[in-house]
Design a protein around this ligand. Structure first.
Ligand code: C5P
Length: 220
């Protein structure tokens, strides 16, 4: 039996890949994997258990035993709804720090492969095209300038009534970019054969259309 097709969308933090990937999935009637949420879940759980972010072996064991479920856009960790709790900047930074450990990355591979179901999957993250789904039918590297990404994040937070400082956001984002790109385990890279989509001056609709056009041009 042939495996369901995968569209892999990778890119740096706040590039809009989550929004674009979930809309592409919706248009195609495909499943959607937000792989960053898995690292954020390990970050939240390990914080609650007081595990040091440098302790790869212990974090790996924790990642293996997490009971995670995604239901109608809501995310549950060991039965608790943590949809909002995993979205803070602090959890994002912690996730980026623990994602450097191979023990954590390996523990999450099977879970990610489990999302590949008919009729297809749109997966977003850092290593979807390079490591998790190297046979993806379409690989997209979605990016935008650091300034554009910081401004988008700023607007999102302000719209939610959360106070934020543009300079702090820009600094956090650059710190996370540097760590995600320079780490030894599954660094953020433009995978071979990936198409680069620069979204600084694109609307969400334009970015979604570009991905759908590429997918269709694959004869899908
Ligand atoms: O995409 P998001 O900002 O939610 O991801 C949080 C962190 O998880 C990233 O900064 C990155 O370090 C890590 N991550 C990863 N591999 C993925 C997805 C996310 O290392 N596939």
């Amino acid at each position: 039996m042939t495996l369901p097709p995968v569209i892999a969308i990778d890119g740096p933090t706040a590039s809009g890949k989550g929004t674009v990937a979930s809309l592409v999935a919706e248009k195609l009637g495909f499943h959607y994997l937000d792989s960053g949420a898995l690292y954020r879940l390990v970050a939240l759980a390990s914080e609650k258990e007081g595990i040091d972010v440098k302790n790869g072996p212990k974090l790996g064991v924790l990642a293996q035993k997490l009971v995670i479920s995604f239901e109608k856009g809501q995310i549950f960790l060991n039965g608790e709804n943590v949809t909002e709790a995993i979205r803070t900047e602090a959890i994002g930074l912690r996730a980026s720090a623990l994602a450097t450990h191979t023990e954590v990355r390996s523990a999450l591979v099977g879970l990610q492969h489990g999302f590949r179901q008919h009729p297809g999957l749109v997966a977003d993250g850092r290593d979807m095209a390079s490591v998790i789904f190297p046979d993806a039918i379409l690989k997209v590297f979605l990016t935008a300038s650091a300034q554009a990404r910081a401004e988008r994040r700023y607007k999102q937070l302000i719209a939610k009534g959360i106070s934020a400082k543009l300079d702090d956001l820009l600094r956090d984002l650059q710190e996370r970019d540097a760590r995600d790109s320079s780490r030894g385990a599954a660094p953020l890279i433009v995978a071979e054969g990936a198409k680069v989509l620069e979204t600084s001056d694109l609307s969400i609709d334009q970015a979604v259309k570009a991905v759908l056009d590429w997918y269709q041009s694959k004869g899908a």
